[in-house]
Design a binder for this molecule. Sequence first.
Ligand code: SAH
Ligand code: SF4
Ligand code: F3S
Length: 437
Amino acid sequence: MTTPKKLYIKTYGCQMNVYDSERMAEALEGYEQTQTPDDADMILLNTCHIREKAAEKIYSELGRYRVLKDANPDLKIGVAGCVAQAEGEEIIRRQPMVDLVVGPQSYHRLPELEAKAQRGEKALDTDFPEEDKFEHLKARPKASRGPTAFLTVQEGCDKFCAFCVVPYTRGAEVSRPVDRILTEARDLVERGVREITLLGQNVNAYHGASESGEQSLAQLIWALDKVDGLERIRFTTSHPNDMTDELIEAHGTCSKLMPYLHLPVQSGSDRILKRMNRSHTRDSYLRLIERIREARPDILLSGDFIVGFPEESDADFADTLDLIREVNYGQAYSFKYSPRPGTPAAERGEVEAAVADARLQELQALLTQQQKAVQDSMVGREVDVLFEKPGRDPGQMVGKSGYLHAVHVDNCTAARGDIRRVKIVQSVRNSLGGVLV
Ligand code: SAH
Ligand code: SF4
Ligand code: F3S
């Protein structure tokens, strides 16, 4: 038997990249994963193009591999993900030691590309092929794994928000068929998974084929609800316009669907939302939140915000702060607008950097305050916790509540994968402390 070669994968960006990295590692036969680039035979960067900083990071990371490549000329270096899709050949021009470039829709061709790179040729594939890459990626080995997993059900986006590269890097919106998702879910459960997070750039636009016709995300969730051994279902990321009545209702009636919803709004100003091509208004978003809370009063809401979008005035920004106060988020991600090549908004003027920085600080202060208040309000309550791993202290276990709060329990008798009732007794910086009930 030949000893396996070593593969080092570094993953940037969103959860879909985490999922894709797992699939790529499985597709590359003859390799085993290593946790450091130093002894790798192949280094694969799975990249993100969403903001300029994310994309530039890749080139500085590649620069660091120079010494490794000098020491080991057989080392192959690959770039996958959204930077690969957006920049293609340009990556090899800027960094000639890169051997392989593969876009997100071509991962099933990775073994061929790797073979080509081994022959000493540059291997590049940034097509949007017809075939379903997931079907062509090798089936997962039956190894056991942790209690939580991601499962991509939908990919790509047809929304074309004026600031966003995703429709260009991931391509048009595509849903995977229902039966393949169910098969993959059952397989995950067999290997110890208790919680599945369904992934898609526009996951609630899901409309997958099935024998009985097309099914919506809500219908898929109900089908997964019947999978024995699967205890928790989550999904991300949703677009406000695709929150259907049946999906909202599922939050009230499906006990496996967790009380957490990531629903990005980006801005609280109608003027800016229009310029962003978001196709929802401040008011339609707020009314939607109201309906979701009617269905599931304790749901924890999370959002994404962009500050400093072109032409954002003080009044527009004040509208965003005001919307945040009205919603009260338990979790949020916020970003300074970054102009992206090829997107419509990149052609427009920019808000002064100092102004955008100040706005981001003010917005994050408000969001942090809300998150802390929501987390603190858990103290005294009993919640179910899915335990994932040992904590820092001996005897301690950590897991997640349904609201996605990290919870740690000292002297814990629960095992990895157990769901146990926990009384929350303290709220510290990034987690809650509790005792088993
Ligand atoms: N499909 C998801 C996620 C898209 S990317 C959605 O529709 O919400 C994740 C977040 O990055 C976005 O919600 C947005 O807040 C942010 N983002 C996207 N493009 C950006 C840009 N050009 N500059 C700053 N933030 C951006
Ligand atoms: Fe990007 Fe908008 Fe699509 Fe989300 S909905 S991926 S922000 S274009
Ligand atoms: Fe980044 Fe691509 Fe995800 S741009 S956020 S890795 S879809």
